[in-house]
Each structure stands twice: as structure tokens, then as C-alpha cells.
Design a protein around this ligand. Structure first.
Ligand SMILES: Nc1ncnc2c1ncn2[C@@H]1O[C@H](COP(=O)(O)OP(=O)(O)OP(=O)(O)O)[C@@H](O)[C@H]1O
Length: 253
């Protein structure tokens, strides 16, 4: 990160030597991870299967707790922040989002009801995000079981646009979407989440290259590099990933 960047960007999240073990005494899934996230960052976490990418996002969403080390949201230690409040500010869109029995309309409207928006404001915002993401009106009355995984991913992203968290965590957000929709989603996210930092796990390097301004490379639970998108040699990264995937496949077979 150069001096100009740090002058204009504000630190929102900080990890200090964070490690995670699945259980007491077991092998580490993440080891000594330290990095900062700044407002408006567009970060992609890349690494082979089993590197710990999802485990890291789950830690950041407080679905698990570090075995050691500390995480801070705007200089406040995670443990000091009520979990519901934290998850409103650091929102996770998992690979297979759930609507918890709600219709799409209710899932999108609920955060606005909590904010005290009027019925008219809610209708306007729902219309706006539906148009932005090309969500057809007939989806609004559907529940989770009536939606494909890709459709649920789109609804979860629409929900993020409505909530406008400080940090949005995306776990392969477009894995079930076709290429055209993926590009559209990424464009909308870039345009509509001003001031929000995005931390995304993504296997599609072309999408990462188009969308992110920073790349964290994770392997065997360790953060091996943290570079700006300009510093990344994408062809080398692609090759490193292929080799690491092949090695992991060998170890598992
Ligand atoms: N609750 C758990 N208990 C034990 N091991 C776990 C647990 N969760 C994940 N793991 C292991 O931790 C390692 C990291 O898993 P994780 O899902 O974070 O990797 P990943 O980089 O997201 O992989 P992928 O790209 O395949 O989704 C894997 O070896 C996985 O088997």
C-alpha cells in the first residue's frame, strides 16, 4: 500500500497474528494471519482448495473465534462488539445463501424495516436493487426452496446492497451464475458499495483481475502474499495456483 492510498483510505479491519485450530490441540487451519482492510478496498483471497479461505471469512464474520490473535473492527476488538451488531457491519454472503423461510421480498425488506424506512421507501429500494441486478418481479414472492443456488446468490447480493455494510465478505459469490450475470454483479457491486470494503474468495481469476485492487494469497493456512492488483503477475499466479491445486490433489489421493 503506498502513501497516497493510506492518506485517503481509512482502516476498518485489522487482524493481528490470528490463528485457528479446528479443536484444541489439532492442526491449524489458519496460522499467524495479519493484515489490514481499508475502506473501499476490493480484496480477492486466492489459494488452492483447502487453503483456509472459507475458514478466514467465517472468522471475520465471527462464525468461529480465533484460537489465538486478535481481530479489530475500527479499532474495537471483535469480542467487545455484540455479535448481531458486528454482523450488520461485517456481512457474509456464503456460497449457498439461505433465506431462513422468508420470501425474497421479506428478506430484502426486513433490514429496511429495522432501519425505520417507510413503506414507500422500501418499495423504491426493492425496485432499485431488482433493476440493478435484473431480478424479475416474480421472484419476490418465492422462498428459498423455489430458487436455484445462483438465484439465491443474486438475492443475497441484493440484500447486501440494501444493508450497505462496512465490510462485505463474499464466498465465491458468483460460482453458480453464468458469465454474463457474474460480470453484471461485479459491476453493480463496484458501483453501488461506495465506501464499503469488499473481501471476496474467488476461483475465477479473470473476474478477480477485473474487480479487485488487492490480492491476498493463502496456502496451507498461511498468508503468503498481500499485493496490489498492479503488483500481481497474473500469469504467474495462475500457474502457481494450478501447481498448488495439483499438489493438494496428490496429497489427498
Ligand atoms: N470445522 C472443521 N473441522 C475440521 N477441519 C476443518 C473444518 N472446517 C474446515 N476444515 C479443514 O480446514 C481446511 C481449510 O478449509 P476451507 O474450507 O477454509 O478451505 P478453502 O480454501 O475455502 O477451500 P475450497 O477452495 O476448497 O473451498 C481444509 O483442510 C478443511 O478440510
Amino acid at each position: 500500500m503506498n502513501y497516497e492510498d493510506t492518506k485517503t483510505k481509512r482502516e476498518v479491519l485489522r487482524l493481528e497474528l490470528v490463528s485457528l485450530a479446528a479443536s484444541v490441540g489439532s492442526q491449524y487451519l489458519l496460522k499467524d494471519i495479519s493484515f489490514e482492510v481499508f475502506s473501499s478496498d476490493r480484496i480477492t483471497i486466492i489459494g488452492p482448495s483447502g487453503a483456509g479461505k472459507t475458514s478466514l471469512l467465517r472468522l471475520l464474520n465471527r462464525l468461529s473465534q480465533p484460537t489465538s490473535g486478535k481481530i479489530y473492527l475500527e479499532n474495537q476488538e471483535y469480542g467487545q462488539i455484540p455479535v448481531i451488531q458486528l454482523r450488520r457491519q461485517v456481512m457474509l454472503v456464503p456460497q449457498e445463501p439461505k433465506l431462513l423461510g422468508m420470501t425474497v421480498r421479506d428478506a430484502l425488506a426486513y433490514p429496511l424495516v429495522l432501519k425505520g424506512s417507510t413503506k414507500q421507501e422500501i418499495s423504491q429500494q426493492l425496485l432499485q436493487v431488482s433493476e440493478q441486478l435484473h431480478i424479475p418481479e416474480d421472484w419476490l414472492g418465492r422462498t428459498e426452496v423455489q430458487l436455484s443456488v445462483g438465484q439465491r446468490q443474486l438475492v443475497a447480493i441484493a440484500r447486501a446492497l440494501v444493508i450497505q455494510p462496512k465490510i462485505l465478505l463474499l464466498d465465491e459469490p458468483t460460482s453458480a451464475l453464468d458469465a454474463g450475470r457474474s460480470d453484471r454483479v461485479m459491476q453493480v457491486l463496484t458501483q453501488c458499495l461506495e465506501g464499503c470494503a469488499v473481501v471476496m474468495v474467488n476461483h475465477q481469476l479473470d473476474l478477480a483481475q477485473m474487480f479487485c485492487d488487492r490480492v491476498l494469497y493463502l496456502q496451507d493456512g498461511r498468508l503468503l502474499s498481500d499485493k496490489t492488483a498492479h503488483q500481481v503477475n497474473w500469469a504467474n499466479l495462475r500457474e502457481t495456483l494450478i501447481q498448488a491445486e495439483a499438489q493438494a490433489a496428490e496429497e489427498w489421493s
